[in-house]
Design a protein around this ligand. Sequence first.
Ligand SMILES: NC(=O)c1ccc[n+]([C@@H]2O[C@H](COP(=O)([O-])OP(=O)(O)OC[C@H]3O[C@@H](n4cnc5c(N)ncnc54)[C@H](OP(=O)(O)O)[C@@H]3O)[C@@H](O)[C@H]2O)c1
Length: 381
Amino acid sequence: MKITILGATGSIGTSTIDVMLRHPDQFQAYALVAHRNVDLMRELVGKVHPELVVMTDETAYHSLKGTLPQHVRLEFGMDAAEAAAAHEDVDMVMAAMVGSAGLPATLAAVRAGKRVGLANKECLVTAGRIFMQAAKTSGAQVVPVDSEHAAVHQALAGHDRDSVTRIILTASGGPFRNRDPESLKSVTVQEAVAHPNWSMGAKISIDSATMMNKALELIEAKWLFDAKPEELSAIIHPQSIIHAMVEYRDGSVLAQLAMPDMRSPIVYAMQAEPRLESGIPWLELAGTHPLEFQAIDEARFPAMALVKEVLAGEDSLAIALNAANEVANQAFQDGKIGFMDIVSTVAKVLAQTDNQHVETLEEVWNLDADTRRITEENMVL
Ligand SMILES: NC(=O)c1ccc[n+]([C@@H]2O[C@H](COP(=O)([O-])OP(=O)(O)OC[C@H]3O[C@@H](n4cnc5c(N)ncnc54)[C@H](OP(=O)(O)O)[C@@H]3O)[C@@H](O)[C@H]2O)c1
């Protein structure tokens, strides 16, 4: 199977490469796509020997030029990333760029009918309708890589979708689950990215701390599983051993359990059957902590109240939630706003967003751009 990895230098990208190296007879790299991390890209090329490398940042492209082995082509830009995802030699695309920047190339893969391992949840949050319609038309298989959605995918497999009563995503609660909300005003970026269970990129780690990540995941689940808002919920499970549960009409609840390591959903997205060894530690239930659960307190995590409004509304609200969050999350990383300002900024922006149906990518980009501008104006600097 030939693979293009979008976001090869990221946390999901490098874990995908780890899985590929465990199964060299099954997976070969067609293209590695990344943004700026030239040193890591050079190292990854030496490991998986792709035919093509694409850097979407021009400076990075120029500094990589002339330093790769001769047989590796080097290209620049988002158009090249799209072509690398849609190329006829490619069987599978791992969509692991961060943020809505990942949408064009991932959509190109879907339109070309590829098997798509979808880590980039922002694709579905911003353009779920367009994305899922494109998959239906092309026959592309979209397999979630988010651990919660991979868990739901497995708990739904082989069962009657109409018998489902609830889809329940678990949330670790992040690093501030038990902190006094007052003390959160002064948390640092280092504290916010220090996730207790998962090792992830900075943006998603901060989203986990604000619980915005769970909000985005609920919207992602709506599109992936064609779920109504009342079928979707989330619960805190600090150990991150159960990744999601599906409840059926007869009261049965099917859960998927695994140690918190992204190589498990990654390998499942790459090949579900027969299952392949992923390299994650075995789950020894008798030796792990008790499995605990707790309802999510919306006063502590207001992102969960916001997402209810978004799930009940039209597409424009999800696009605005995502864009405002990307801007505010980055502003927090840059030291421009405090941790608690992230969600309050998003709330202010949502309150100014018209509730409207969105049909085209052009509308998505326009709304995304407008929201980013409004967010900048609404941030308390
Ligand atoms: N990490 C996890 O455990 C996890 C779990 C579930 C879902 N996800 C989702 O998977 C996606 C990737 O997450 P991650 O944690 O792997 O992120 P990450 O470690 O920050 O890596 C992001 C990747 O995207 C590339 N990138 C950044 N900005 C870009 C741009 N403007 N254009 C093109 N490429 C760009 C980066 O390239 P450079 O590094 O070369 O600049 C890097 O390869 C996110 O959507 C996240 O929500 C992640």
